[in-house]
Design a protein around this ligand. Structure first.
Ligand code: FRU
Length: 424
């Protein structure tokens, strides 16, 4: 019998495994895979809003694209509430940490523009209030479709549920700035199915989000990566020999790591426009290793597929650990097998002295990595912190075969274009 995947001309594949043995190779503070220390005196993009996940405007091949000389980024954004009685502590001072930690519940898509690829100017909300069907507008990808300025914004509509959606609008430029117009009709694309990807009914802590559509450089078809968890009731997953990998004696005990079931999902479009999608089995699973492989994305380089995904210390399973940061895997073909970069998967982690300094790293095809500042200690003991909610310094990576190296640091939020499109 032909599987549904074969029907769409896609070769059936086995997910690659990020094993516990791979994760045991993670070395925090290796200078070649550690983000330079972020100073506590960082500048803030805006005193009115927090920003976190940053999504540069790009084309379907992954190239960061400016329009008429304007760079554009989209960000998850939430108002700051310095004067709201709800966010004052007992002494009447603004409890910025509580405000920051509550941000996910009120996340909205905003856009920013710049002539220089940094010093971003706030454009505003992409969709007017009431357009998006749920409370939270979570991460995704803005795609510039053509020189008429049409943009497909893929994102995640969350609470209730978690649905991968898209909304089409247009980017308009003038001498003075950029606006996003016409993002008015949100189209639901798909949700977790419970067979390949875990549903909310199977696990209240499920993850299903962060669409990243792309054109495969080899077969030319339209696909999409996303974050998921492996289907099945919470607690029912098995961490067996394959998930454990080749561990030394004494490392066989998997503890309660069956609760960690992250995967990188993939879907293929049935149409040229990306309105009709079919989910395929995950590209990569991390059962017994980690519960979140967020914001998966590719860099296509040297004929290889470099798959990057962000993850946290707190989402690792028992007996394995690593820093918050971006992890990577490489394969010679889209469906793998994928091998962890640098042996372990770790590509760029936070230094152990500042474990929460940055997150949500996005590796661009030019090797530049953008992220946001979460919080940075302001004293020796790390008890006092400064909350960010702003762009971190960009880091330069060299990607070579199965290895990566930190080689440069740039200005805060430096996201230069790789292509410029002149709008007609
Ligand atoms: C990463 C992330 C995304 C999600 C968003 C929610 O920082 O967890 O996976 O879409 O933040 O705020």
């Amino acid at each position: 019998m032909k599987t549904t995947t074969e029907k769409f001309g896609v070769t059936p594949h086995q997910p690659s495994l990020w094993t516990r043995a791979d994760a045991l190779k993670v070395r925090a503070d290796d200078p070649t895979t550690t983000q330079p220390l972020v100073r506590a005196d960082f500048p803030v993009l805006s005193n009115d809003v927090f920003i976190w996940d940053t999504m540069p405007l790009r084309d379907l091949d992954g190239n960061v694209t400016s329009v008429d000389g304007w760079s554009v980024i989209f960000t998850l954004t939430a108002d700051r509430h310095p004067n709201d009685p709800q966010y004052l502590d007992e002494d009447g001072n603004y409890d910025i940490l509580r405000d920051w930690n509550d941000r996910h519940g009120r996340a909205k898509m905003y856009y920013w523009f710049s002539r220089t690829g940094k010093n971003w100017e706030l454009g505003g909300r992409v969709m007017a209030e009431g357009v998006s069907p749920t409370a939270r507008e979570w991460a995704g990808t803005p795609i510039l479709l053509n020189d008429r300025g049409e943009v497909d914004l893929y994102y995640t509509a969350v609470t209730p549920g978690a649905t991968i959606v898209k909304v089409r609008g247009r980017v308009v430029t003038t001498e003075h700035g950029v606006s996003m117009v016409g993002f008015e009709k949100v189209k639901p694309l798909f949700e977790a199915d419970g067979k390949m990807y875990q549903t909310e009914a199977q696990n209240a802590f499920w993850g299903f989000r962060d669409p990243w559509p792309f054109r495969d450089p080899n077969d030319g078809k339209l696909y999409m990566l996303f974050e998921g968890n492996v289907a099945g009731e919470r607690g029912s997953h098995k961490v067996g020999e394959a998930e454990i990998g080749d561990v030394p004696p004494g490392y066989e005990d998997v503890g309660n790591s069956r609760f960690q079931t992250a995967c990188v999902g993939i879907a293929v479009a049935r149409d040229a426009d990306g309105d009709d999608w079919e989910m395929l089995p995950p590209l990569l699973t991390a059962v017994g290793v980690n519960d979140q492989t967020e914001r998966p994305h590719f860099v296509f380089q040297d004929g290889k597929y470099y798959l990057f995904t962000i993850s946290h210390t707190f989402t690792y399973g028992d007996g394995v650990t690593g820093p918050d940061g971006v992890y990577g895997f490489v394969a010679d073909s889209l469906f793998g097998p994928y091998v962890p970069l640098n042996g372990s998967g770790l590509v760029l982690g936070n230094p152990s002295s500042q474990p929460f300094q940055t997150y949500s790293h996005y590796v661009m095809p030019n090797g530049l990595v953008t992220s946001f500042i979460d919080s940075v200690p302001t004293d020796e003991t790390g008890t006092q912190i400064r909350v960010g909610g702003t762009e971190a310094p960009t880091v330069g990576l060299k990607i070579k075969g199965q290895q990566t190296f930190v080689v440069a640091e740039y200005d805060y939020g430096y996201i230069p274009p790789m292509l410029d499109v002149t709008l007609k």
